[in-house]
Design a protein around this ligand. Structure first.
Ligand SMILES: [Zn+2]
Length: 214
């Protein structure tokens, strides 16, 4: 029996390898940058802040006697807030009104419209920031004056009574209200009552459900 020795002598050549390919495969292009998320407008807050600031500067300009920003005090800021009330859209009942303390009066009344406390509070926050962004010193910021804080607190308490809306929920601890829409709708043209988030119902932490029906 002759063993076929030839079988070992001729090994098949290795298959042509593609390693020597002169053209490197094209690199995949880098992924395109994600679509730019910067919105065309700066942001609602920023543009609102700019509008508020311009409104205030205009107010100073028209002030009699003329008033400069450097001489502006907390009292002037309060004056400005009162001036804005004429553009308000939130019904605030007088003490003599039958609907004093009613959140949802069944009929119209002659009580004045004012700026809702939530709008004023947000406005002061924006103006306070704008003042410092425009070179004002924090220690002389009239929007941070104590008198302004006190005024806002009085407005809040007065409107809470007049409108029957507790801005401050009871002081007991309760989970944060999930969805309170920001009151800033646009300089105070928020629909009346929008600032208040009438979340009453007391269903928050009521602790019901503990005792099941027997
Ligand atoms: Zn009224």
């Amino acid at each position: 029996m002759s063993t076929s020795a030839a079988s070992t002598s001729s090994q098949p050549p290795p298959p042509p390898s593609a390693a020597e390919d002169p053209d490197p495969p094209p690199q995949p292009p880098p992924p395109p940058p994600p679509p730019s998320t910067s919105s065309p407008s700066p942001s609602r807050y920023e543009s609102q802040k700019r509008r508020d600031w311009n409104t205030f500067l205009q107010y100073l300009k028209n002030h009699k006697p003329p008033l400069t920003l450097a001489r502006c005090s907390g009292a002037h800021v309060i004056e400005f807030l009162k001036y804005l009330d004429q553009f308000g859209k939130t019904k605030v009942h007088n003490q003599g009104c039958n609907y004093f303390g009613h959140p949802n009066p069944p009929a119209p009344c002659a009580c004045p419209l004012k700026q809702a406390w939530g709008s004023l509070d947000a406005l002061i926050g924006r103006l306070r920031a704008a003042y410092e962004e425009n070179g004002g010193r924090p220690e002389s910021n009239p929007f941070g004056a104590r008198a302004v804080r006190i005024y806002l607190r009085e407005v809040r308490e007065g409107q809470a009574k007049a409108r029957g809306i507790p801005y401050e929920k009871k002081k007991r601890k309760r989970p944060p209200v999930p969805a309170a829409p920001p009151p800033a709708e646009g300089g105070g043209d928020g629909a009346s009552g929008s600032g208040a988030a009438v979340a009453g119902e007391g269903s928050g932490s009521g602790g019901g459900g503990g005792a099941g029906p027997s």
